[in-house]
Design a protein. Structure first.
Length: 379
């Protein structure tokens, strides 16, 4: 067995007791949804108690909102004035679309096969309603090639929309390379960070990102009912902290539910205290150790041939075309059954097993999965 590095970290290790789910599961499923810390429940309970005794006012809500915007902005190296916190993912995507002008533009570029289905479906519907052509970027087992976009982007391209981390395969896309190309062509570059922000370092300035969308529940930056949006002021103007449209008959703008705000504020505080660079180093390192451990056992671990496209998600198995394809290989099915019996939480996508790491994972999680894999192969 290859030597496994220690996962001791002065910043991360003290947080291990903050996540109660890790006492019930070997939870390696950040590819689907991350875990909330115990302190998020305490924060939400505190807001509920304050409302019960009528000591929570509008100023408290606005203060929480501003705190969330500042935490998130620091995390992605943006200006807080360009960050919005919306009450729903659909509303957030509509707000991005509403802020963009589309004069003399007739197409958008997606990679639906690598994007979250809901993200790709929204922009395909938007394109259909507005008479825009959808141009699909391709990929193969070697990874994602930026050069192909040069043929897809032209003077009529309104937007390129890509994920930071592939939903289907777990790869990291070359965001900086895509952003550089979009800047050179004056095309709006939107990224979906729902599976990456808080785990993988995101720098909207360095990477040439014009818009960033994050569903708060996607990687546990909060709970269902909140979504973050960044739009560069050059494109959209300084972002309002609230959704642009209003409830009929009500002059007050919409905002996320107070409990969503409370949860998001606490999760962002924990990530901010740890540092995303440290979280990335930790999670990516554990994913690589799992890849090497399973490769030593002879398992079919996926590695894109293009360097720099591996991240915090380790994928095992030969990928199928459809993202919802089940496991086809009998050996992987047996492995999956034993993982489930061993209380390991993982994801199945594109006929592969995916293991997504976050700050709460430990070296023992890697060792447990390797042990189960060895038992599965020996059975």
């Amino acid at each position: 067995m290859p030597a496994l590095m220690s996962d001791d970290s002065l910043l991360i290790r003290p947080l291990s007791d903050l996540f109660p789910a890790t006492s019930r599961w070997i939870y390696i499923d950040a590819a689907t949804s991350g875990l909330l810390p115990e302190t998020a429940r305490e924060r939400v309970a505190g807001v509920l108690e304050a409302q019960l005794v009528a000591s929570f006012g509008e100023n408290h809500a606005l203060s929480m909102l501003q705190s969330c915007r500042e935490f998130f902005a620091r995390m992605v190296h943006a200006a807080a004035a360009d960050v919005s916190l919306m009450p729903s993912s659909a509303g957030a995507l509509h707000a991005i679309a509403a802020r963009l002008a589309w004069p003399r533009r007739n197409n958008i570029v997606l990679c639906s096969a690598l994007s979250r289905p809901s993200f790709a479906a929204f922009w395909r519907r938007h394109a259909q309603r507005n008479g825009l052509e959808v141009r699909e970027a391709a990929f193969d087992c070697g990874g994602f090639q930026v050069a192909q976009l040069e043929k897809l982007i032209d003077a009529g391209t309104a937007m390129v929309a890509m994920p930071v981390v592939s939903h289907a395969r777990g790869w990291r896309l070359p965001v900086a390379g895509i952003g550089s190309l979009c800047r050179a062509r004056n095309v709006f570059f939107l990224v979906d960070g729902s599976a990456s922000v808080g785990i993988i370092r995101t720098d909207v300035v360095r990477d040439g990102v014009d818009g960033l969308f994050v569903a708060a529940d996607g990687n546990a930056l909060g709970i269902h009912g909140a979504a973050f949006v960044f739009v560069d002021e050059v494109w959209g103007g300084r972002a309002d902290p609230f959704l642009q449209h209003r409830i009929a008959g009500d002059s007050r703008p919409e905002m996320p539910h107070l409990l969503s705000l409370a949860a998001a504020q606490e999760v962002l505080r924990v990530c901010d205290g740890c540092g995303v660079a440290e979280i990335e180093h930790h999670a990516v390192g554990l994913a690589e150790q799992l890849r090497r451990a399973l490769e030593e056992l002879g398992m079919p671990v996926e590695r894109p041939r293009i360097s720099g496209q591996l991240g915090h998600v380790a994928a095992v198995g030969v990928a199928e075309t459809e993202v919802d394809a089940p496991l086809q290989d009998p050996g992987l099915r047996k492995f999956a059954e034993q993982l489930t019996s061993g209380r390991v939480r993982y994801a199945v996508r594109s006929g592969q097993l995916q293991f997504g790491f976050h700050l709460y994972n430990r070296l023992r999680d890697v060792m447990d999965v390797r042990r189960i894999a060895a038992q599965s192969l020996a059975a």
